[in-house]
Design a protein around this ligand. Structure first.
Ligand code: AMP
Length: 412
């Protein structure tokens, strides 16, 4: 199906052509006609599926020409996502006279106030700072026609739901609302019931599967050797750009330091870093001045960073959905990517939930010639092979490789 058949305006089609998009992605093919027809839409799709364009393109078509009052509000959970959507917006709106502003905390009010005073068509905001502007009367939403709640489940996780509800209360009732969320927990369900009118659900049904172009493996290792294994992986793997995910900010800082000492060009991104530092880190990574980006989940969720050749999970993600989000950074737009996950014995349960969630087993791999100090796992695997035992982990037969977890043995 060509973009031309979706009823998008001439300037929007020109921008799509300039971007080099050949045809709509599945979520675009489904969501664009619904949004064009004026329906409220709930979209669930993993990152990298083109969900930003799925809502931006039809809204840009319908919003009309420039006027000084905001008609579109896009709420994002993080400043980085707000910036990213703004960059996409500038691309898609380049043939129109529409203007946008990003509004988020951690930076001065000056530029935001100037833009709001001049008058903008589109506001892309995180909840806290927008509420400030609404309370001060420096931003008004009374002419709003379109509201987009992006990454709604992450807004819930980050405790933004009360702020989001306050903002929605300031929007006109007559409006079109779109909500994007990887999962719909009960609180989001109740938000939907209170804020959307007969929404159509667009579920492209692949949010649980990791991108097909990603090859992903687990590296079992003892806790004390994790950083050595990471260093070794970075030495041996031919990567162009790699994101290393850590569970905590402290760990992210520590890993950043360690890799810097090993002569890697590294940037670290997490929520304790200033906006300037975060922007610099992302800019450096995008422009390839920095090869390794060390990040926590919250900081990196949904970020559109093109051409990441490798994702390394220094820590196994706590939530199975985060595994999908993390490895969604690689293998985007059909590029091949690798995702490595370092796994210690305590991670066995989390790994099992990830495997259940994605519906497939992840291969366990031993790094050749790495000086493993803790080899109980590998010895166990070898012994079972030699004895001709069938290896079983909780009833799942393993076809090869190494694995963690309780090994149950059964004679053939
Ligand atoms: P998103 O899921 O919105 O973060 O988009 C992921 C990436 O896919 C972005 O780099 C977009 O520029 C790109 N993209 C979106 N739609 C298309 C399309 N129809 N064809 C090719 N690339 C696209």
């Amino acid at each position: 199906m060509p973009f031309r058949s979706l009823g998008l305006s001439g300037p929007v089609l020109e921008a799509i052509e300039a971007m080099g998009y050949k045809e709509p992605t599945p979520i675009q093919a489904k969501a664009i006609p619904l949004i064009m027809a004026g329906h409220d839409v709930i979209g669930s799709a993993q990152t990298g599926t083109g969900k930003t364009a799925a809502f931006v393109l039809p809204i840009l078509t319908k919003i009309g020409s420039h006027s000084p009052s905001p008609r579109l509000l896009i709420l994002e959970p993080t400043r980085e996502l707000a910036n990213q959507v703004d960059v996409a917006m500038q691309d898609f709106a380049r043939k129109t006279n529409l203007t946008s502003v990003t509004i988020y905390g951690g930076v001065g009010y000056g530029k935001q106030l100037e833009a709001l005073k001049r008058g903008v068509d589109i506001v892309i905001a995180t909840p806290g700072r927008l509420l400030d502007h609404l309370a001060k009367g420096t931003c008004r939403l009374d002419q709003l026609k379109f509201l987009v709640l992006d990454e709604a489940d992450r807004m819930l996780d980050m405790g933004f739901l009360p702020d989001v509800k306050k903002i929605i209360a300031r929007c006109p009732r007559e409006r079109q609302t779109m909500l994007f969320s990887a999962t719909i927990p009960p609180q989001i369900d109740s938000l939907i019931k209170h804020t959307m009118r007969s929404p159509h659900v667009v579920d492209i049904g692949t949010r649980r599967s990791p991108a097909e172009t990603v090859k992903h493996v687990l590296y079992p290792v003892s806790d004390t050797q994790k950083s050595d294994l990471l260093r070794e992986l970075l030495e041996r793997v031919h990567y162009e750009s790699v994101i290393v995910f850590c569970r905590t900010k402290i760990r992210a800082d520590r890993i950043g330091l360690l890799l810097r000492k090993n002569n890697h060009s590294v940037a670290v991104i997490h929520s304790n870093r200033s906006q300037r530092e975060r922007d610099q880190a992302l800019q450096g990574f995008r422009t390839k001045k920095v090869e390794v980006l060390v990040a926590t989940d919250i900081a990196a969720r949904g970020l559109d960073i093109a051409d990441v050749s490798h994702v390394i999970n220094y820590d196994v993600p706590q939530h199975p959905e985060d595994y999908i989000h993390r490895i969604g950074r690689t293998g985007r737009a059909q590029n091949e990517g690798d995702a490595f996950t370092l796994m210690v014995a305590e991670d066995a349960e989390h790994v099992r939930s990830i495997e259940r969630f994605i519906g497939q087993k992840i291969e366990r791999v031993k790094l050749e010639n790495f000086n493993y100090t803790y080899t109980a796992l590998f010895d166990e695997a070898k012994r079972t092979e030699k004895d001709g035992y069938e290896r079983k982990v909780r009833g799942v037969r393993l076809s090869g490789g190494y694995f963690f977890g309780k090994v149950k043995r059964r004679r053939r």
